[in-house]
Design a protein around this ligand. Sequence first.
Ligand code: TRP
Length: 335
Amino acid sequence: MTTQRVLTGITTTGTPHLGNYVGAIRPAITASRNSHVDSFYFLADYHALIKCQDPAQVRQSAKEIAATWLALGLNTDTATFYRQSDVPEITELTWILTCVTAKGLMNRAHAYKDSAQKNIDAGEDADLAITMGLFSYPILMAADILMFNAHKVPVGRDQIQHLEMARDIGQRFNHIYGETFVLPEAMIDDNVAVLGGLDGRKMSKSYGNTIPLFSTEKELQKLINKIKTNLLEPGQPKDPADSTVFQIWQAFATPEQTQYMREQFAAGIAWGQAKKELFGLINDEVGAARTRYLELLANPDHIEAVLQKGATKARAEARALLTKVRQAVGIAPIN
Ligand code: TRP
């Protein structure tokens, strides 16, 4: 079996929550333990600037997200773990790619179109408060991916279009200047749950319905108690299919534990009891990592050193490809 390069990034706004953990971080760390996988995981801090203009928040989030990956046991000797902004080759590549990207392609990006449509619906100018950062976001993301010739990019469904755009842009470059980039593929794992949040909608920062991964035990318990349920009484059978409590349980449970909870639902377990057991299950899985997380946050120099080690590894790769790219487009010494 040949080695596959797997790459993914997390935008550094906000605090990691259970949805990020189950949907992205846990599967990525598991993949990184496979010796046929060469993993590149990074903090997308330049992406953060598109959504967030509060410098303190961008910095705090980068620290928390880095500490989260490390606390959960990412092996940074085998995986390359870095911060996007430490690899200036990526932003340099972004410009070169910008020059082969059709504006029409960017016009079709969902994130941009949604923002423009909201403006129009509100009777405003379509471009109100839309920055060029938001508009060209998919080009920065294409550079993240193409810079390292990644084969597979594990992402949520909402990012599929961005992956198609990265392929389009890479293909366009290859067509004009000759074979340079590997064309990446999105990796969507149907077995990985998209978790529901406190209100039952998808758990997401933008809905304000998240459960932070490393809440204190007390907070975790409190938030789990807030998960919306129906009004069925203890003793009345409950339907696992429409229950966020059950769905989160399943994301943390072994098949046997899932079967057990299915039986409890059929037998009419009280919501309070189901939530208490859910707390225990999650707390058992993340408790030890929470302790390491708090230790890491108290030791930012260590986090920084790990990121610098990653940046050195990542830059060595990036520089080699960027030299080829510059040569290909005619940015070269006079001779
Ligand atoms: N845009 C992605 C998100 O919001 C984060 C991201 C940035 C990313 N660059 C990437 C994901 C490259 C995968 C590959 O979720």
